[in-house]
Design a protein around this ligand. Structure first.
Ligand code: GTP
Ligand code: MG
Length: 616
């Protein structure tokens, strides 16, 4: 039998080091990088076997299965099965395994070996395994897989002659290709991958074992989500419990500034602008700095330790259930800071409908700008009691608001994926980073950045909007016996809007806060503070904390309905603008605006009427 030029193909999971091996074996310069999905098409090169025979070597895109979920995986399947036009089935395969992720990589390796082509396994990246204290048994693995296993370090060219020799021997030993019937399904392959990976370990350091044990618990199908939920719960408890002394100190500081302004600035418009607008308004927002810092402290620690990637892994299943892929997790997670970077991060999502859905639900993740709004209302209306087990009621309510946003987002995604953004969930497998202790310096820098963003917002947009609002509340001046707010420009507008929001329990002052809050969420707090300061009959009343004034003027159902509104209401105008840029038009931002307003209206209304009916 005559053979054409012999073709050997490199296959394996993404990021196994196939392209690095390809370059080392052929002298080519294929792009390699430390993330999955670098190679997206087949590339050919020449390599020389020990016999001096020249063979064609193919570098293929990484793949998790011969049952492809993406176009690049389809390339691999077509080449390996000989379905590629103008290309024979390869004469041999080199399946590349990452020694550090053996269990995961062996799943696909078994599927490849079952094809029955002459196959050699390259146990790659053994240098990293050795560094981490993992020693593997290549010959044991060879017996388990039924194909030669050669240890390699592609980037140091180690094991390459041995690999080429093994390939030559295997081709000679298998003159024809008789596919083995394969009755093994993916679940069985996973089980045997786990057994083989375990059996292949000769020795492992305690640290590595500890990390694996940690993953067993944290990624456990039901224990993992419970731990994640519990952790988040603790975070929100801490946001209230730890922040209180700092927030009180800041509030006292703002109070002192206000008194000083009263004392040194002669009565008049300038003093009012400073005390009612800047100090009452902007000051009421700045006092939430501690809460923001504490929330981001936890987020940064979870990211730095490697836990956040595991949370994404856990969430993948939930996301798939609503038709989203785990790729949406990171954009949605960033949206907890702010929807703008979140929406921009959706660029990493390949599927356009997946991406659109993620953009549309990103505003439902509770951005940090909403934290002051939640915190001020909760502090004013929810008693500082515990509900047993030392669980604070205030933290619990805050946690529920975040959960309400997430649940809302999942439900909306479910609907969107069955209507305007119809599509199937695509699979998502990610490499999990190593666990490590967070570096305090990195955390400190991250916190400083978040704090600075918050303070800069307070000093710019929140400041400007509040001052404009103060002007609109102060003019025109009320006649004798007239209410200053009702007489003002802002009050006139608010009274108009109040007609629309009255059915959901909002009063004039709440309606008034809604419009400027479109510029930045926190402005809802500063505008309430400014409104009450302007409306105050005397200086003592004006000096009262915002919380006291809210508790006096609002009922509990009103407060709850205001909270419900902010869970769903569309975010700031910048978010809408980014959505327009990322979707190339006004259609989707308009849709987003409409559905979020509708949801907010319904949720706030339902909350108000249910709370009222319950006698709260
Ligand atoms: N330390 C070490 N690094 C390696 C080794 N082999 C590959 N790498 C690195 O691993 C990363 C992934 O290598 P690639 O060759 O791009 O992986 P690939 O399998 O082609 O990945 P895809 O094209 O995404 O499927 C790169 O950063 C390589 O430098 C190795 O043996 N040791
Ligand atoms: Mg590659």
């Amino acid at each position: 039998m005559t053979r054409g030029p012999i073709t050997v193909a490199l296959v394996g999971n993404p990021n196994a080091g196939k392209s690095a091996l390809f370059n080392a074996l052929t002298g080519a310069r294929q792009k390699i990088a430390n993330y999955p999905g670098v190679t997206v098409e087949r590339k050919a090169g020449r390599m020389t076997l020990a016999s001096g025979e020249q063979v064609e070597l193919l570098d293929l895109p990484g793949s998790y299965s011969l049952d492809p979920t993406s176009p690049d995986e389809a390339v691999t399947r077509d080449v390996v099965l000989g379905h590629q036009a103008g290309q024979r089935k390869p004469d041999a395969l080199i399946v590349v395994l990452d020694a550090n992720n053996l269990e995961q990589h062996l799943v696909f390796a078994q599927e490849v070996i079952a094809l029955g082509l002459p196959t050699v396994a390259a146990l790659n990246m053994v240098d990293l395994a050795t560094r981490d204290g993992l020693v593997l048994d290549a010959s044991g693995l060879e017996a388990a897989l039924g194909v030669p296993v050669v240890e390699t370090v592609a980037v140091r060219r180690r094991g390459l002659p041995e690999l080429a020799a093994a390939v030559g021997r295997t081709i000679d030993a298998h003159p024809d290709h008789a596919p083995l019937p394969s009755h093994v399904d993916i679940v069985e392959r996973r089980v045997s991958a786990r057994a083989m990976a375990k059996a292949a370990i000769i020795s492992e350091t305690r640290k590595r074992r500890l990390h694996r044990g940690l993953d067993k618990v944290l990624l456990h199908p039901w224990l993992g989500p419970i731990i994640l939920f519990a952790l988040l719960f603790i975070v929100f408890q801490a946001v209230f419990a730890w922040a209180t002394p700092f927030a009180d100190a800041l509030e006292a500081g703002v109070g002192i500034l206000s008194e000083t302004a009263m004392a040194v600035i002669p009565a008049g418009i300038v003093r009012d602008a400073i005390t009612e607008g800047v100090l009452a308004g902007v000051g009421s927002v700045v006092v939430f700095l501690p809460q923001i810092v504490i929330l981001f402290f936890f987020i940064l620690v979870m990211e730095a330790t490697g836990y956040m990637a595991r949370a994404a892994f856990l969430m993948d299943r939930l996301m798939a259930a609503v038709g989203l892929s785990g790729r949406s997790f990171i954009p949605l997670l960033s949206s907890f800071a702010c929807a703008i970077p979140g929406i921009m991060a959706t660029r990493s999502i390949a599927d356009p409908k997946d991406r659109l859905t993620t953009i549309l639900i990103a505003p439902l993740m509770t951005c940090s700008a909403r934290l002051p709004v939640y915190a001020v209302i909760i502090a004013a209306f929810i008693p500082q009691t515990t509900v047993g087990l030392g669980i604070g009621l205030q933290g619990l309510v805050l946690f529920s608001l975040y959960i309400a946003g997430i649940v809302g987002a999942m439900l909306v995604a479910l609907v969107l994926r069955r209507s305007v953004a119809k599509g199937q969930a695509s699979g998502f497998i990610m490499e999990l980073p190593r666990y490590q202790w967070p570096r305090m310096k990195d955390i400190a820098i991250g916190l400083w950045q978040r704090a600075w963003i918050f303070l800069r917002r307070a000093g710019t947009i929140i400041f400007m909007v509040t001052v404009v609002l103060w002007l609109m509340l102060t003019f025109p001046k009320a006649g004798p016996g007239e209410d200053q707010i009702d007489a003002s420009f802002a009050g006139t507008l608010a009274n108009g809007l109040a007609v629309v929001v009255e059915p959901i329990g909002f009063n004039r002052d709440m309606a008034l806060a809604l419009i400027p809050a479109m510029a930045a969420r926190e402005v809802a707090v500063s505008s309430l503070a400014t409104t009450y300061a302007v409306a105050a009959e005397n200086e003592d009343e004006a000096a009262q904390a915002l919380g006291v004034q809210l508790a006096r003027d609002w009922s509990l159902p009103m407060a709850l309905s205001f909270l419900a509104w902010f869970v769903f209401a569309p975010q700031c105008l910048s978010t809408i603008a980014v959505a327009k840029r990322e979707t190339n038009g006004w259609k989707w931002p308009a849709f987003m605006l409409a559905y979020l307003f509708a949801l907010a209206y319904i949720a706030a209304g339902a909350t108000f009427w249910i709370a009222t009916a319950a006698g709260l």
